[in-house]
Design a protein around this ligand. Structure first.
Ligand SMILES: NC(=O)c1ccc[n+]([C@@H]2O[C@H](COP(=O)([O-])OP(=O)(O)OC[C@H]3O[C@@H](n4cnc5c(N)ncnc54)[C@H](OP(=O)(O)O)[C@@H]3O)[C@@H](O)[C@H]2O)c1
Length: 330
């Protein structure tokens, strides 16, 4: 099979190689001896793969390895107890190995792909939407009628969070860095979109009548303190990622003064050993697909062999929605 490997830790320009590899065994590292084998049609590209080309991600497999945490495609074979069968269209979280014509995922991370979604949308379904649902519902305790501020609202996690929050009956405000991203966040369903400038916090406070109930933050960096200041009493700031480059520090007196909380949301580590929870989140996400609330926004698409360009788009802050590699046509 054709696959993209990371062969060095020299960055997206030189770390990737298109190679020919033997087909994988029907076994996944999380479920040794068992796994769903998938003919990959599309592979999702995300921030961690950029970091992996520099050796900067927490998960560091020995070189060379095939990156790619999520795919969509058609099941070639599945363990007998699996809820999917050969021939089914699926979206799956494989962790690694997705940038390839064949990938293997654990049964509990493989979900039927609704007919309403194409394969490119399927490749953007699990990491972002499961994270958004986990972060907003299980960590942020978002309730119907509350207001959510989503940082990086045109990004992969951002667009997903906007849709999931709407599906939960919340009002949404996105913060984005330019006009093109403003249009993407609006397309994702944001009720209001605020441009990242010196006044963004004041605009958010005005739009929300004094402060939001929840901030979902995949960016971190300099804007973190203003995100905290955007919360109303009892508000929760959910920490999801650090694309802004720096890990913010919290002066905890701010939490005391505002009666607010900072909550961590690390989806992968939390759900890894909890198959029932995965199924529950998968069912909730698929329900929102059926209700037309969730429609993954696919930004740039590249053929497998141009994976480096996909990583560049993310690295240079140009990506919107989900960046996807087309592995098979159709
Ligand atoms: N906690 C979890 O379980 C979990 C799960 C999935 C992903 N994540 C993390 O969430 C973060 C976002 O992932 P994503 O897929 O949504 O990424 P993405 O699509 O690239 O979006 C990230 C957003 O961050 C903003 N940003 C600010 N400074 C940036 C910079 N220097 N470079 C790139 N982007 C910058 C950009 O928005 P503006 O230009 O509008 O500011 C961009 O749209 C990543 O750190 C990822 O590892 C965490």
């Amino acid at each position: 099979m054709k696959a993209i490997q990371i062969v060095s830790e020299s960055g997206p320009d030189s770390a990737l190689e298109l190679v020919e590899l033997p087909e994988p065994e029907p076994s996944h590292m999380l479920t040794p001896g068992a796994g769903v084998v998938i003919d990959v049609h599309a592979a999702g590209v995300s921030f961690p793969e950029v970091l992996q080309t520099r050796g900067e991600y927490q998960l560091k497999p020995p070189l060379p390895f095939v990156p790619g945490s999520e795919v969509s495609g058609v099941v070639r074979s599945a363990p007998s107890e699996a809820r999917v069968n050969a021939g089914d269209r699926v979206a799956a979280f494989c962790g690694l190995g997705g940038f390839a014509e064949t990938a293997v995922a654990p049964e509990f991370f493989t979900f039927a792909l609704a007919p309403a979604l194409d394969f490119a949308q399927g490749a953007g379904l699990i990491l972002n939407y499961h994270t958004a649902y986990f972060a907003l519902v299980l960590r942020g305790r978002l309730k119907e009628g509350e207001t959510v501020l989503v940082q990086g609202g045109a990004g992969g996690v951002g667009t997903a969070a906007l849709q999931v929050a709407k599906g939960l009956g919340a009002r949404t405000i996105a913060v984005v860095s330019n006009d093109a991203k403003q249009r993407v966040a609006a397309q994702a369903g944001a009720d209001d979109v605020v441009l990242l400038n010196d006044d963004w916090k004041d605009e958010v406070r005005a739009l929300s009548g004094g402060g939001v109930d929840v901030v979902l933050d995949p960016v971190g960096g300099d804007r973190f303190t203003d995100s905290l200041r955007s919360l109303r009493e009892g508000g929760r700031l959910i920490v999801v990622g650090f694309t802004g480059g720096s890990i913010p520090q919290v002066k905890v007196n701010r939490l005391l003064l505002g009666n607010t909380e900072v909550v961590g949301a690390g989806w992968g580590a939390y759900v890894m050993g909890k198959p029932d929870l995965n199924r529950e989140v998968g069912a909730a996400v698929n329900r929102m697909v059926d209700e037309r609330v969730i429609r993954p926004i696919v930004g740039a698409r590249f053929p497998l062999e141009r994976a480096g360009e996909a990583l560049h788009a993310i690295d240079e802050r140009r990506a919107t929605g989900k960046v996807v590699l087309d592995v098979r046509s159709g």
